[in-house]
Design a protein around this ligand. Structure first.
Ligand code: COA
Length: 437
């Protein structure tokens, strides 16, 4: 019984009824190398980087390109040894699952096992959030196999280290995993016959509820797990928003009449963009493989948003060329999408710098977690009326104070840079008229 469940999960991988068929590809054939199903319902991705060009030779597991979906950044690796004949997309083009990414002239006769009715040639993917699939050069300590086999193993809770590999160079084949499964099932059946203890007697199932993670929660799991490897440098400060409160109060009704709800966020976002003009390095993506920073001229500011489906982080594009009211209007649009939890991919991808305003819920300080490949995130606390000294330092006055905490990737950003950026951001917030110029 249980064995048939496992088989069906294997079949589901290929969306077909055949478990395996063989698709022969001869030396010198030019084949389209297609974008395979990345899973989680993703139908399209944006091509972010090419690691190859026409004429390049590639080996199995060499990186082909980096693509980005709303869920993750994915490195596509080659399944073949061969020569790249043609790239089908330019950077920032949208590629559809099932369509060719590149054409490859194969340099071997291949009996290509497929698990798809359409006999699609599956490409190999390497999710940046998953265990790396080793290239030929970096096999030490890693398990050599294809993503499809890795997925079968994951779905069946198999640690690939326990599987006896019979493939070339110690590669784990699908057959090896199936054999392992078979043996496990035999073992399980034997145990079942000797032990009749019911799990229900050990765990009172009425006491608990099992909730499977879904959608954006799964994405949060992946992104935050990835962020764990980032050494976070956190810098916090407080900021007097009394003038900002006044400015907002003066303008919000006027904006409302134009159909725009003006909150504090557009000012926080604009101030971040203005400060980024002085500190462009903070608006970057970090490429860990090449240990390089991609400094991005567009300020696509990501905004953490609370939705009924959990945390979503859409971004406002090109903030450097938007006014505060345009930012407010964009934020309103995203909040509207947030209410129906129906963000187009374009709103969820391409963010370069993040802000999170948890202060509308409460709290003074929070330590935000960076969204890789970005390198900085700022978090805002609750605006509070607090006693502070006036400019002369003699009288105590009531001031409106907000805290801000910046988390930066300390591998590439030092504390002084972060502190200087924060000071400039604060200067704009404390003198908000400058944001309207
Ligand atoms: N302190 C006090 N009040 C605040 C505030 C703060 N830091 N930020 C917002 N407010 C107030 C606003 O002024 C508004 O009240 P008002 O119109 O009566 O004056 C109210 O809270 C609601 O603001 P909101 O409509 O949510 O707008 P916003 O632009 O301030 O925030 C989002 C937009 C998307 C950031 C916000 O709705 C949100 O989802 N925040 C949660 C972010 C999150 O989940 N972070 C955690 C990541 S792990």
């Amino acid at each position: 019984m249980a064995f048939s469940i496992k088989l069906s999960s294997i079949v589901r991988l290929g969306r077909g009824t055949q478990l395996f068929s063989f698709n022969s590809i001869r030396y010198g054939s030019v084949i389209p190398f297609k974008l395979s199903d990345i899973g989680e319902g993703i139908r399209e991705v944006t091509v972010k980087e090419w690691f190859v060009k026409a004429g390049d030779r590639v080996s199995q597991f060499d990186n082909i390109c980096e693509v980005q979906s709303d869920k993750a950044s994915v490195t596509i690796t080659s399944r073949y040894d061969g020569k790249i004949k043609m790239l089908h997309y330019k950077i920032d083009d949208v590629a559809l699952v099932g369509n060719p990414l590149v054409d490859i002239e194969v340099e071997d006769d291949i009996d290509n096992p497929t698990i798809d009715d359409n006999k699609n040639i599956e490409n190999s993917i390497k999710e940046s959030t998953e265990e790396n699939i080793p290239s030929n050069k970096e096999t030490a300590g890693k398990i050599l196999t294809t993503p499809a086999v890795r997925r079968i193993a994951t779905e069946n809770n198999i640690n690939l280290k326990n599987v006896i590999a019979t493939g070339k160079d110690g590669r784990v084949l699908k057959e090896d995993v199936l054999e392992f499964l078979n043996n496990q099932m035999k073992k399980l059946n034997n145990e079942k016959n000797t032990s009749k203890i019911s799990m229900n007697k050990i765990i009172n199932i009425d006491d608990e509820e099992v909730v499977a993670l879904k959608g954006y929660e799964k994405h949060m799991w992946k992104t935050m797990t990835k962020a764990l490897s980032i050494p976070h440098f956190v810098y916090s400060d407080e900021c007097d928003v009394t003038k900002l409160l006044e400015l907002r109060n003066e303008t919000k009704e006027y904006m409302k009449a134009q159909g725009i709800a003006l909150s504090f966020m557009p000012f926080f976002i604009k101030a971040a963009s203005k400060a980024l003009v002085e500190y462009p390095r903070l608006n970057s993506w970090l490429d860990e493989t090449t240990q390089s920073l991609r400094i991005i001229k567009r300020h696509n500011i990501s905004v953490a948003m609370d939705t009924s489906d959990g945390l979503v982080v859409p971004n406002i594009k090109n903030v450097q060329s938007l006014s505060v009211s345009q930012i407010a209007s964009e934020l309103n649009r995203l909040q509207e999408l947030g209410r129906s939890v129906s963000f187009p991919l374009a709103d969820l991808t391409g963010g370069t710098f993040s802000l999170s305003n948890i202060g509308m819920i409460g709290g003074t300080y929070t330590k935000p977690v960076i969204l890789p490949p970005q390198i900085v995130i700022g978090a805002l606390g609750k605006i509070q009326k607090l006693p502070r000294f006036d400019n002369d330092g003699k009288n105590i006055i009531a001031a409106n104070i907000i805290s801000v905490s910046w988390a930066a990737d300390h591998r590439v950003i030092d504390g002084v840079t972060m502190a200087k950026f924060s000071n400039l951001w604060r200067y704009y917030i404390e003198n908000p008229a400058l944001l309207m110029i």
